[in-house]
Design a protein. Structure first.
Length: 150
């Protein structure tokens, strides 16, 4: 029955957002990010070093720019988008949200005066689940493993 027999078809026609759509969408939704994005690309000679390094830029933007300037409604928009990607994104997008965004954010926010707990109120249900899983995972590790020092 036509394309139904092709196992690639399902993957190819995945409806949710793909990894390549993440940064363009963030830059479209958060115009203040654009300058930082352009500098970021310049430092990488015009090409993306990969989604995980790219989204790290957005994490810094949320933790070091948006939250400290009291732009809580914009922070909420960022977390709503992450929640949506966790629910509807391709599995690679879900992993990017958990490891690239949430885990990176926990680490960076832990070094700020307001700590990572400041971001708990912004989490949607799926994000909260991932957040708690990450905390449980790291709770089982020593501090040195967390920072990557011997």
């Amino acid at each position: 029955s036509g394309m139904g027999n092709n196992p690639d078809w399902v993957f190819y026609h995945h409806e949710g957002p793909a990894e390549s759509e993440v940064m363009p969408r963030l830059i479209a939704e958060f115009p203040d990010l654009r300058d930082q994005w352009e500098k970021h690309l310049e430092s990488w000679e015009g090409k993306s070093p990969g989604s995980y390094i790219d989204i790290g830029l957005f994490v810094r933007f949320v933790v070091q720019d948006l939250y400290p300037s009291g732009k809580t409604e914009v922070v909420q928009r960022a977390f709503d988008l992450m929640e949506d990607w966790l629910k509807n994104g391709h599995v690679s997008v879900q992993q990017l949200v958990v490891i690239g965004f949430l885990e990176d954010l926990q680490n960076l926010a832990s070094q700020q005066p307001f700590s990572k707990d400041a971001f708990i109120p912004f989490l949607g249900p799926k994000s909260r689940e991932a957040w708690d899983d990450l905390e449980r995972f790291w709770a089982g590790k020593s501090a040195s493993e967390r920072t990557g020092n011997p």
